[in-house]
Ligand binder design. Structure first.
Ligand code: ARG
Length: 459
């Protein structure tokens, strides 16, 4: 394919350099955005009298036909084209002749590519938000099923206090709600049009930037043409929001892996989301969760990649910026895939209430509640804490637990103990008495369900 700048150059580009320079193999996925952006630009050039009505009509019809043919597969993208922008423009001229050469008036590939990437990302952020909402819904459904499933809550991965499994799951719902917020916040800055910035300094033609921005459903246009073509903050921001989203999926994956081990046996993953071993017949491995945890690494890497590309770049456009796409595409693809696997994996997992309860019952998980019991009877918390520590030590020495230590033994530590202490430290009491806002008891669970239902409404 003859280069557009063949008029200036004394010889052809070296083949290896040409391949190296080309971005068509990855930017072709923005073909639709490139064509829609061009349609808005062409319509504006027509409306402002910069191009004639006849040329404008021909250009718009040509762009429509290219879009239809690319969608249907009737037209294949030529891998020899330098990028998707060059391909579409060359194809337009091939189809409609000289009128096609009037499309690029008052535009540069610099504002064109920035626009295309924003349009593409706007669509994908909406997709990711919808998938995230699906996962939140699956988490809430599973949490509704496990409102009464008592399980140890952990700190330092040591059994700490009894909770219900629903509360633990809903913690992930809260993380994902923040992801929704971060993504919609990023989308606000994505949805601003750089079109009309030209190569870097704007243009001498009487263009209407408001018109193109509106036609493309954007919330406004960039006010500094240099910034318009140099800014890739929106790429870094989205990569960052996706890195956090993946971190949440990775933590959930890690817990699923632990929970379905024989050491825990809190949940069982459906066979559709586990694999076996090539040698050990008994194995049921949580490969999907492990892969989600593993893929989090590349999404972090993509964030570091774009930050490093942009660091030290002089204004305005530099070819380095072509490196903005592959990492972003990969982060978007990876996050979508992981969400799509995680949601049914959560929806189909079964929970094992008995293992959860057994794990909660066997330790000294209610020791805090025993101290609180003494506090209710008038003792300062620090003193109560010390007495319970001594009781735990005595139990450990005697091979007993708080539920099996006799009342007389308790009373030797403090005469405030009466037989109602056993009720006060039952796991059910421990959970139901935690009524502080945000805690593990039923009213707090209800508040969480309502909050999350509101967050995913309409998504
Ligand atoms: N393929 C290029 C990119 O992705 C398009 C912009 C090219 N602009 C230029 N001045 N060479 O960045």
């Amino acid at each position: 394919m003859e280069k557009l700048w063949a008029g200036r150059a004394a010889k052809q580009l070296d083949q290896l350099a040409d391949d190296f320079n080309s971005s068509i193999h990855f930017d072709q996925r923005m073909f639709e955005e490139d064509l829609t952006g061009s349609m808005a630009h062409a319509a504006m050039l027509g409306a402002k009298g910069i191009n004639s009505p006849e040329d404008t009509e021909a250009i718009l019809a040509g762009l429509e036909s290219i879009l239809a043919d690319l969608k249907s597969g009737a037209l294949e993208i030529d891998p020899a084209a330098e990028d998707i922008h060059m391909f579409n423009e060359a194809e337009l001229t091939r189809r409609i002749g000289d009128a096609g050469k009037r499309l690029h008036t008052a535009r540069s590939r610099n504002d064109q590519v920035a626009l295309d990437l924003r349009l593409w990302l706007r669509k994908e952020i909406a997709n990711i938000r919808a998938l995230t909402a699906e996962l939140i819904r699956a988490i809430c459904d599973k949490a509704q099923d496990s409102r009464d499933a008592i399980v140890p809550g952990y700190t330092h991965l040591q059994r700490a206090q009894p909770i219900v499994f629903a509360h633990h799951l809903l913690a992930y719902g809260m993380m994902l709600e923040r992801d929704l917020g971060r993504l919609s916040d990023a989308a606000k800055r994505v949805n601003i049009s750089p079109l009309g910035s030209g190569a870097l300094a704007g243009t001498t033609y009487p263009i209407d930037r408001e018109m193109t921005a509106k036609a493309l459903g954007m919330d406004g246009y960039t006010l500094n043409s240099i910034d318009g073509v140099s800014d890739r903050d929106f790429v870094a921001e989205t990569c960052s929001a996706l890195a956090l989203l993946m971190m949440h999926l990775s933590r959930l994956s890690e817990e699923l892996i632990l929970w379905c081990s024989w050491e825990f046996r809190y949940v069982e993953l459906d066979d559709a989301y586990t694999t076996g071993s090539s040698i050990m017949p008994q194995k049921k491995n949580a490969d999907m969760a492990e892969l989600i945890r593993g893929k989090t690494g590349r999404v972090y890497g993509n964030l570091m990649g774009i930050l490093t590309v942009l660091k030290g770049l002089p204004l305005a456009y530099n070819k380095d910026m072509q490196e903005d796409k592959e990492g972003l595409f990969d982060s978007v693809d990876t996050a979508k895939m992981c969400l799509q696997v995680m949601t049914p994996m959560i929806a189909t997992m079964t929970i094992n209430r008995e293992s959860m309860r057994n794990a909660a019952a066997k330790g000294f998980i209610n020791a805090t509640d025993l101290a609180d019991y003494l506090v209710r009877k008038g003792l300062p918390f620090r003193s109560a804490y010390k007495i319970v520590g001594q009781i735990v030590a005595e139990c450990t020495n005697k091979g007993l637990v708080l539920e099996t230590l006799p009342l007389e033994a308790y009373q030797a530590h403090s005469e405030l103990f009466t037989k109602d202490l056993f009720d006060a430290i039952s796991l059910e009491t421990c959970v139901s008495q935690r009524t502080s806002p945000g805690s593990v008891s039923a009213p707090s669970l209800d508040a969480q369900f309502a909050f999350l239902a509101n967050a995913v409404e309409g998504l």
